[in-house]
Design a protein around this ligand. Structure first.
Ligand SMILES: Nc1ncnc2c1ncn2[C@@H]1O[C@H](COP(=O)(O)OP(=O)(O)OP(=O)(O)O)[C@@H](O)[C@H]1O
Ligand SMILES: [Mg+2]
Length: 268
């Protein structure tokens, strides 16, 4: 099924500056086909929302884009050049950083220690805690992330605050592309708002391009410039946010569910 905008793909928000493109990406895990012929593009400074039902292939695509796993076929073009992403570290060195829900931070360490994890400031033989505290505080303030203190263990923060610190840490390393897999999952309204505000702020600054996976259409419609719907491992809709609605997105997913149900009934 194709519900893609006329002409195939939605008009890019920033036609001049494409930062990332996926061409014909497919991914199989043994007999399971998770992605089939996915074409996706991301403009500089754009926020792209990736939506779709459970098992549609969203995380699989993000894991390919952050170097965690290779595609079975297809290629990735980064700023006009084909790249083969061999590891998460290599992708990070190319400016692609991913944040995963709950996996991002070390709970026992303080906020500032997490911010500088694996890139501690050292003036041999001393770790420069004071300098790291100050810089972490400044950076969080700059990004509008309000937490009581950078000296508290991350375990004492709310889920939303933790996620905000994880995103802020990623932004700290100055990525070109930020990949967020369900940063709003299991969050209350206030906690979710922390992340939505952060994304809105990053969008306004325009230095980083973002792909965000989310299940809540209201959130996606609020922060994203463009939306791609993945169904059964394929992108079936690519539209600018202002050209679609929660109703259209819901209708497409419900229609997919009905079709699957009818198929099951027919084969029963
Ligand atoms: N490591 C793996 N080995 C085998 N199959 C996998 C693996 N990872 C994902 N899959 C399968 O690939 C398909 C897509 O999974 P994926 O995690 O990308 O879905 P998703 O869209 O992120 O779903 P959700 O919204 O539930 O997170 C599913 O059928 C899943 O079972
Ligand atoms: Mg997922």
């Amino acid at each position: 099924m194709t519900a893609t905008a006329p002409g195939g793909q939605a008009a890019p928000v920033n036609p001049g500056g494409e930062v990332l493109r996926c061409e014909h990406i497919s991914k199989s895990y043994g007999v399971v086909t998770a992605l089939t012929d996915v074409n996706l593009r991301l403009a500089r400074g754009e926020v792209l929302g990736l939506i779709g039902d459970n098992g549609a292939g969203k995380s699989t695509l993000l894991k390919i884009l952050c170097g965690f796993q290779p595609p079975t076929s297809g290629r990735i073009i980064l700023e006009g050049k084909p790249v083969v992403l061999k590891s998460v570290d290599q992708a990070r060195s190319l400016g692609i950083d991913a944040v995963y829900q709950d996996l991002a931070l070390v709970n026992q360490l303080t906020v500032f220690q997490n911010m500088f994890l694996n890139r501690e400031k050292v003036r041999w033989p001393l770790v420069r805690n004071q300098a790291m505290r100050k810089e972490a505080r400044e950076h969080l303030d700059e990004m509008g992330v309000h937490i009581p203190s950078v000296n508290v263990p991350v375990a004492q923060l709310s889920g939303g605050q933790r996620q905000a610190v994880a995103v802020a840490r990623s932004v700290f390393s100055d990525p070109k592309i930020l990949l967020l897999d369900e940063p709003l999952a299991a969050m209350g309204v206030k906690e979710g708002a922390i992340i939505l505000d952060l994304i809105t702020r990053l969008k306004r600054e325009g230095n980083v391009s973002i792909i965000i996976i989310a299940h809540n259409y209201a959130h996606v419609l609020e922060v994203c410039d463009r939306i791609n719907l993945i169904q059964g491992g394929q992108i079936t809709l690519d539209k600018r946010t202002d050209e679609t609605s929660a109703e259209e997105l819901t209708d497409l997913v419900v229609a997919e569910y009905r079709r699957a149900l009818e198929e099951r009934q027919r084969s029963a």
